[in-house]
Design a protein around this ligand. Sequence first.
Ligand SMILES: C[S@@+](CC[C@H](N)C(=O)[O-])C[C@H]1O[C@@H](n2cnc3c(N)ncnc32)[C@H](O)[C@@H]1O
Length: 410
Amino acid sequence: MPRAPGRIFADGPRELAEPLVAALRAPAIDHEVAESLTHPFHSYPARLHPTTARLLIDLISTGVTENALLVDPFCGSGTSLVEARAAGMRAVGTDLNPLAVLVARAKTWTAPQRRRKELRDVGHEISGKALAAGKAARRSGAEPGAMRKPAGFDPNARNRRLSAWFAPHVRRELELIAMMVDEVREADLELGDILTACLSAILYKVSSRTSDTDGTWVARNVPRGAAARNFAARVELLYAGLEDLAPAGGPPDVFEIDARRLHEVVPDGSADAILTSPPYAGTYDYAEHQRLRFDFLGLRHRELDEGEIGSRRSFMAGPQGERSWRTALADFMQSIARALHSGGIAAIVIGDSYAGGRPMYALDDVRGALTDELYIDAWASQQRPMLGAGERRSFQERAKAEHIILLRRR
Ligand SMILES: C[S@@+](CC[C@H](N)C(=O)[O-])C[C@H]1O[C@@H](n2cnc3c(N)ncnc32)[C@H](O)[C@@H]1O
């Protein structure tokens, strides 16, 4: 969530509306929570602010039994899952993005201490070997190294897609690290995946991609050895965050599945609370944002390409984008109504957007998608700045805002 301040409006019983207002204000005030636990491990577009997540979990877990279940159907990089575990709740996350699932699992990998130490030792060993191999190759003048060949991917096509994004020495270093991670994965799938998330976390920093959300090429001067050193530092950061989170208990379940199929992994009526932030209509392309990571790491993403809801590309394609967004929102509401038990509560963080050339009012959209089993208990909205002339023109009648909507299951 952006940190820009804006006027706040709220409705509902005071004991609910006030904490919602505090959760909207928190990102501009509190910076400590965002740097705690495993939150700083990996960038992710439209990440829920950790302080907002913490305050909302405080609110929605009030009065629930010990060991209550929190579900995040659009868990992304797992912010809510980290905070749920820190609060002692059981947690389940789903997301259609394979990169999100990889990152959310790594950020909540509260495996036994022996395993976490293994992550640290193996991570440092890989980094050391990559540094040593780089030096040896330069000394002998035999620089070009082997390129990884992820199973099921055409190596030439992969090479074509990747070559412009990394300086040759950076690419060699990254490929070597990835090949050593592959060797770990052959014997230990779980550890291999956690190390892959560490590699993913540094990938854009040493590439020429501007950022997750900006796919333009930018010149970056990345010194030799930087990829290996950044990789070791990222392993260390994750290890330290997991140390703080581990007393909370074992890792949550994170599934790569469409949020509209939540019932396949969360039994009906079993969730005490839901905290989630669905895509904002026509704002992001989660598939596009991770394209370079998908290509480098060899992650399959066909289901995300086809099933991502509210994507920018779907709104750009014409009016059917808006229609399928509304259908998806209604299907999602049915999913959460099924998952929650009677009296269960859902906090939805969602923003207005300028999509396909027109304003989309998220609070109205959620209202319009509610099933008979769900009602709005309280909401709070904070005005957000308009980006560009088109947006300013289209939001003339009502300001653009970000909302936290509290739903209750009858
Ligand atoms: C606003 S982001 C969630 C960010 C998350 N709260 C965090 O802190 O990282 C929305 C997420 O919805 C996911 N998504 C889009 N369509 C989906 C679908 N049909 N089923 C499940 N997840 C989907 C995207 O991959 C993205 O991770």
